[in-house]
Design a protein around this ligand. Structure first.
Ligand code: FEO
Ligand code: CA
Ligand code: CA
Length: 634
């Protein structure tokens, strides 16, 4: 099969090309979907708000006079710079390739470094992150999700890295960076050579824990125990546990595997259906890792992909600790992991699987969390559930057990997507970040977009007709769904849901694609992705969307960050990023006077020189946003 030019493709578009879903040509079904869409949204819009969904979550007055925002909204931008509101400023905290130890060289624009320098420097494409206070120190833990192949490797061909040194460098740009930071005269800086600094890469030793550990499907030639894997990669969003560890979520882990099978046009022979459900194919995305590390060749090591796609728990306070992959939390394209301690002490983790038509999950520990008591089993011993949403504004969690799925316990935690399909989970429009409101028992989840909604089934063949929380066919804008657990109990079997916002473009459309009433010409956006509540209960929304600023997206400008009021529904634009970036990752300093925000993949199509300007190489970076008056920012 000819190599695919990945120049203009996103991860999931590539997956779809190498592993196409069956087209659905049932005209009647498409018409039926369109009718139900009009009915659903007509009901919502007729009430001028969201109360028609039968939920009491939201008052209807989306333009209420209250103002919990400490800033004035900024306009959209197409400038190659970060824009923040009047009264705010930002500094660069750290960039891809900044050395974390003094034995590593400064970033070199000409070469973009080496594998050796990259292993001792901040990784590429900053994503989920969190701050930890420990022993008087401030530790920032950051996912380095992936690398732009044609930026990190000057000799890449059609975004395929061919030079073996650059393949290794690209690998070392992935993983997690643990960095001590300190505030010097009002500005946060990396503490070079801190004993806490650590790079966790695709070659770092991991422990496999939970129900899938040791199963035959987890054993490889290098690890006959099935309990020790090497490395973590494509870590997207994150989470923190109540006991102060970091959760890194493995998302598009599939795109790094390929097959040396000679007859590549018979991929259905060499790639099992179980692997294909996760997008594993005979071709990778262009990282070429199998060239330097045979375990990424699924023809030779078909179980290796079963050891990725998990939530990884990391203790940032102990640089010698072994990260633990928590298979109890399921295997899928994990976006983030939002933990809540339920009223009875059980730990509940909400998680999304970011692919078109995949699902939303909940994990509930069997044990209870007690400060100071052992925590190691809390993320090993519990029950995994998947969400079903009914059109009437209610929903249920369905336990994934041998009885409900017909699969054994270990298999449920390895082939989790298949288990969820077996119980009839609701197909969603790409679940991205999930965040818990600290001021109310409610959970928000970004559903970023889904051009296949109402068009064709998901990778498992599940129906993707429009449904309650995913009400628009060919949904290029995305929405945010939220739910409130029955009785305020996060372990309850049921919940009530509604939509916080339907993104859209009211300057182009006058139907459901215009968006919900809290979207207007001044605050519009598409593809909500990152999501985090601040301590005041405002919800911050980060976008990873179409930035072409034309057609359906005219007036949306570059990717951006907005803040929303859960009570009034009002949404205001706070930040716009540089060209061709995504805004992702958000956390705060312990005193809440600095907001750390990730600027990922500026110039992914070759049209940015941020942050250096001039003719410099674009570099993902974390910025530190503060108020000019020194006040709190969340
Ligand atoms: Fe890495 Fe779903 O974003
Ligand atoms: Ca994301
Ligand atoms: Ca995204």
């Amino acid at each position: 099969m000819a190599r695919i030019d990945t120049t203009d493709l996103s991860f999931d578009e590539f997956d779809e090309i190498v592993n196409p879903r069956p087209e659905e040509n049932d005209f009647d079904r498409v018409v039926e979907a369109a009718i139900s869409r009009r009915g659903f949204l007509g009901g919502v819009l007729a009430f001028g708000g969201f109360t028609a969904l039968g939920s009491t979550l939201v008052p209807t007055g989306v333009q209420a006079a209250t103002n919990r925002f400490a800033f004035d909204q900024i306009p959209m931008s197409v400038a190659d710079e970060v824009i923040v509101p009047a009264g705010y400023k930002y500094d660069i905290l750290m960039r891809w390739g900044d050395p974390m130890w003094s034995d590593a060289p400064e970033f070199d624009d000409a070469t973009r470094g080496t594998a050796a320098s990259q292993e001792r420097s901040f990784g590429d494409n900053t994503d989920g992150m969190d701050v930890f206070s420990h022993d008087g120190k401030t530790l920032l833990v950051v996912n380095n999700e992936y690398t732009n192949r044609d930026i990190i490797s000057v000799s890449a061909v059609d975004r395929r890295i061919v030079d073996e040194g650059d393949i290794a460098k690209g690998m070392m740009a992935h993983g997690i960076s643990v960095v001590e930071i300190e505030n010097v005269d009002g500005a946060w800086k990396m503490v070079k050579d801190s004993p806490y600094n650590r790079r966790i890469t695709p070659q770092s030793e991991m422990e496999l824990t939970g129900p899938a550990a040791g199963h035959d499907l987890m054993k490889t030639a290098a690890d006959p125990t099935g309990k020790k894997s090497l490395g973590t990669w494509n870590n997207c969003g994150n989470g923190v546990t109540p006991w102060g560890t970091y959760l890194a979520c493995e998302e598009n882990f599939n795109g790094y595997f390929s097959s040396s099978e000679e007859v590549q046009d018979q991929k259905e022979v060499s790639i099992s259906p179980e692997l294909r459900r996760y997008g594993i194919n005979d071709e990778d995305w262009g990282y070429n890792w199998a060239v330097i590390d045979e375990r990424f060749d699924v023809n030779k090591h078909p179980n290796e992909p079963n050891r990725a796609g998990y939530v990884v728990e990391i203790d940032p306070t102990d640089p010698t600790s072994t990260p633990k992959k928590r298979t109890a939390l399921g295997r899928f394209k994990h976006e983030n992991a939002e933990s809540v301690v339920n009223n009875d002490g059980r730990v509940v983790v909400y998680m999304g699987d970011d692919e078109r038509g995949e699902f939303v999950y909940r994990y509930v520990s069997n044990g209870v969390y007690a400060p100071g008591a052992p925590t190691d089993e809390l993320l090993n011993d519990g029950i995994l559930y998947v969400a079903t949403f009914a059109d009437d504004g209610t929903g249920k969690w369905v336990a994934l057990t041998p009885e409900t799925t017909g699969m054994d316990q270990a298999e449920i935690h390895i082939h989790t997507r298949q288990a969820a399909s077996a119980v009839g989970a609701t197909t969603m429009d790409r679940p991205e970040w999930i965040s818990a409101n600290p001021t109310a028992p409610e959970i928000y989840c970004c559903l970023t977009n889904n051009k296949n909604r109402g068009v064709k089934p998901n990778a498992g063949g599940d129906d993707t007709s429009v449904n309650g929380p995913n009400p628009r066919a060919e949904n290029n804008y995305g929405q945010i769904v939220r739910w409130r657990p029955d009785g305020g109990d996060h372990t309850a079997p049921g919940f009530a849901w509604d939509l916080y916002v339907l993104a859209g473009n009211p300057t182009v459309h006058s139907d459901a694609y215009a968006g919900s009433p809290n979207v207007n010409a001044d605050n519009m956006f598409n593809s909500p992705d990152g999501l985090a509540f601040d301590s005041h209960g405002l919800v911050w929304i980060q976008t990873d969307g179409n930035y072409k600023n034309e057609g359906d997206f005219a007036g949306h400008g570059n990717n951006q960050m907005l803040a929303g009021d859960p009570v009034t529904g009002e949404i205001r634009r706070f930040m716009v990023g540089p060209n061709e970036c995504e805004i992702t990752g958000l956390t705060w300093s312990p005193d809440r006077r600095t907001m750390f925000v990730g600027i990922q993949h500026p110039g992914e199509r070759g049209n940015s020189h941020w942050p250096g300007g001039g003719t410099s190489v674009p570099r993902s970076a974390i910025i530190a946003v503060t108020r000019e008056d020194g006040g709190r920012v969340g």
